[in-house]
Design a protein around this ligand. Structure first.
Ligand code: NAP
Length: 266
């Protein structure tokens, strides 16, 4: 049997997902393929979903900017998507679509692999977009003592803080500059266009960036020497592993070193 998988989003020119899923196919011996479908406008989503059903796709990933938009096309949502309020993975069974969010799993596995615990900590989360929702869904399980969510659009941070089942406050980006935290997590897209990212607050334990390119991301580069710092590459790999498992029933054991060599060699 051939397993058809893919990705919808825009733009997709720099996505690493096909490399990851081709690696998973290789190491599991599953016969299949992973193809990218750029959807410049949301109006092309229904057409793409029809095509995926006609060609019996097992599922597709969904990335920026459609992680929330895609929810209205789902017949059912898995608990991971319900608690996050965003979908990054679709599974097709008998023409019906179930939405999942594997970013929560990916984020958790990244922290656990790095030995970072959020329970009882004082945490600053920068950003209040789709990725921040995945971080908050994870923190609901491993609750910090206090979470500060800082965002350019403060109302969005306030909305996310109001959803938290633990102590959480919102802020603008400037007010947290002098703050001291145990862990600072960057979920903004600042720096993706090559702009600098001056340090926002100080961390005693860890700096965690969801961005992963370059290896020392603009956020991590904004700090001098200090605590443990990790970029989002392993989160990317683990969320992809979980999507692959949802589609194929097989959880791959990825060679992260090999994948990271491929990702950072250019
Ligand atoms: P998103 O929903 O578009 O949110 C972007 C966030 O960045 C918002 O909080 C936005 O603030 C803020 N922002 C963007 N440009 C800004 C600027 N110039 N100044 C200040 N704030 C700015 O995107 P997302 O899906 O959350 O993704 C965010 C980042 O996480 C991206 O870099 C993405 O690559 C990364 N990510 C990584 C993984 C992984 O597996 N490693 C998974 C998911 C996401 P406003 O609300 O004010 O617009």
């Amino acid at each position: 049997m051939y397993v058809n998988m893919g990705l919808i989003g825009y733009p997709l020119g720099h996505t690493f997902s096909p490399v990851l899923h081709t690696h998973f196919l290789d190491i599991t011996g599953i016969n299949g393929g992973y193809t990218c479908y750029e959807a410049e406008s949301p109006s092309s989503i229904p057409y793409l979903l029809d095509m995926f059903r006609r060609y019996s796709f097992a599922g597709v990933n969904v990335t920026v900017p459609y992680k929330i938009e895609i929810m209205k096309y789902c017949d059912a949502l898995d608990a991971s998507a319900e608690k996050t309020g965003a979908v990054n993975t679709l599974r097709f069974v008998n023409g019906k679509i179930t939405g999942y969010n594997t970013d929560v799993y990916g984020f958790g596995r990244m922290l656990e692999t790095a030995g970072i615990s959020t329970a009882g900590k004082n945490i600053l989360l920068l950003g209040a977009g789709g990725a921040a929702r995945a971080v908050i869904a994870y923190l609901a399980e491993f609750q910090p003592d206090k979470l500060t969510i800082a965002n350019r659009t403060v109302a969005k941070a306030g909305f996310l803080a109001s959803l938290c089942s633990f102590k959480a406050v919102s802020s603008d980006m400037d007010s947290v500059r002098g703050g001291i935290y145990d862990i600072i997590i960057n979920s903004t897209s600042i720096g993706l266009k090559g702009e600098g990212f001056p340090a926002v607050g100080a961390a005693s334990e860890a700096l965690v960036d969801l961005q992963y390119k370059p290896a020392v991301t603009p956020f991590l580069a904004g700090y001098g020497s200090g605590p443990e710092r990790i970029n989002g590459f392993s989160m990317l790999v683990w969320q992809a592993c979980r999507s692959f498992a949802i589609w194929t029933g097989t959880e791959p054991e990825p060679d992260i070193k090999k994948l990271s060599d491929i990702a950072y060699r250019s």
